[in-house]
Design a protein. Structure first.
Length: 367
């Protein structure tokens, strides 16, 4: 195999697909990148048995072929080469020579046959969405994916299509995040994509109207983004009935300025550390929100004004979950709905329902 590629093309491709390289594995080939040189193109593939990323870049191919090279070493070499073109030659013993300008490297390769085959999709159903919309939906929900494996299905986000509307939902037992957008798809469909996959997808998506395709099979999903394809296992199990978890009624309605609320919560959180945990006590009354935090180090209080209707309420929250919800609204003003001190807080846009965040309260000790 022998090919010549542009340095910037291969550096970008390697850095993007390297995220699917396996770090700890009993299969040495999975720590590498599979290179397949075709007539005028070079295909690069990385796979960790759960997530696979493939891309193609232009290439001047003198001899077609396939080989696996160590992802870390190959990445370091191509990033540091002095010239704008890089030539890679692999002989029949899988010894690779990488040349650029006066630089020359020899690297032991692994036979391509040892690289596991990527799964094939069966009975796939394809959906198309603008890249910017999908990026926004993932970004506003992936923060609430469960980190603990107590319920593995919640380590991913649910994609649920019903009546032409797509909900993307994440939940971790303490909060829930939901984003909703119309989608041109006539059937009902549900699948759960691992949070790790969505984090990588987020890095590949651009803020554009270009269409991205999601093809969901029984056990795998394939994302096609520009010249990248990402295949991932889907999570299996029973996801939370999120519609039943969202309170229908509210006794208190508040409209608040997001930046002001974030600054206030951050100020009273200054006394909270990993060692000194304490809820932020929020008192909603007469157009004012009073915030208070007490730890063994001391006490912090603050106050902001807000439009308010309904009953006064005092409620406590974990400061991190409260801040995550506010920061991911990505708007200037939000509606907050409360139904007493022991019911979840709902955070919605001022107009419409494109997102919904639920934050469970913390039971407050009487002062």
């Amino acid at each position: 195999m022998k090919f010549t590629v542009n340095k910037s093309d291969i550096v970008e491709a390697v850095s993007n697909i390297q995220r699917a390289v396996s770090n700890k594995t009993s299969i040495p080939a999975l720590e590498g990148i599979l290179l397949t040189a075709g007539e005028n193109s070079l295909e690069l593939c990385a796979y960790d048995l759960e997530l696979g990323i493939t891309t193609t870049i232009p290439s001047h191919t003198a001899e077609a072929g396939r080989s696996v090279l160590s992802a870390k070493i190959f990445s370091d070499i191509v990033r540091r080469t002095p010239d704008e073109t890089i030539t890679v030659t692999v002989d029949e013993k899988n010894m690779a020579t990488i040349e650029s300008g006066y630089s020359k490297f020899s690297l032991i390769g692994i036979p391509a046959e040892e690289f596991p085959e990527l799964p094939k999709l069966t009975d796939a159903t394809a959906i198309q969405l603008p890249a910017g919309v999908l990026k926004n939906m993932i970004r506003q929900t992936v923060f609430a994916v469960a980190e603990s494996d107590a319920k593995p299905i919640h380590q991913g986000s649910l994609f649920h299509i019903e009546n032409g509307m797509l909900d993307v939902v994440s939940v971790d037992g303490y909060r829930l995040a939901k984003r909703t957008e119309p989608v041109d798809f006539p059937q009902d469909l549900s699948f759960v994509v691992p949070g790790k996959t969505l984090t990588e997808i987020l890095k590949l998506l651009k803020d554009s109207d270009d269409k991205v395709e999601l093809a969901a099979g029984r056990r795998h999903i394939l994302f096609t983004i520009d010249n990248y394809t990402v295949i991932s296992s889907l999570l299996e199990g029973e996801f939370l009935n999120y519609k039943a978890a969202i309170p229908a009624e509210s006794k208190t309605q508040v409209v608040l300025r997001v930046r002001e609320a974030i600054d206030s919560v951050e100020r009273v959180s200054l006394l909270i550390t990993d060692r000194l945990k304490s809820p932020v006590r929020c008192h909603f009354e007469d157009g004012e929100i009073r915030l208070l935090c007490t730890t063994s180090m001391g006490r912090a209080s603050d106050q902001i004004s807000a439009e308010m209707t309904g009953e006064a309420v005092e409620i406590g929250f974990n400061n991190r979950y409260l801040l995550d919800a506010l920061r991911n609204t990505e708007c200037d003003e939000v509606r907050v709905q409360l139904s007493g001190p022991l019911s979840p807080m709902k955070v919605l846009p001022k107009e419409g329902d494109s997102f919904l965040f639920l934050v469970l309260p913390v039971r407050l000790k009487t002062e």
